[in-house]
Design a protein around this ligand. Sequence first.
Ligand code: CU
Length: 83
Amino acid sequence: MNTKTQNPKTEKKAILDLDGAHCTSCSIAIEHFGRKLEGVHDIYVDRGNHTINLTYDGNEEILAQLCGLVAKLGYEANVRTTG
Ligand SMILES: [Cu+2]
């Protein structure tokens, strides 16, 4: 992976609804692989609220990539809010 520049001016947050991830290892897998996506600054799975809390570089493409990743892992994610 090449250099990741983190520009706080363009940084955005998103909340995604998460279905099907019921245990700690699910959350850890999503966080682990999610962090590897280009543009992800921070990712946190909140199992109590069934959400993924994402901080990213502002490039919206990451949202579709993350949903695709979650689907590949066997769960379902849908964007709830961005901004
Ligand atoms: Cu699990």
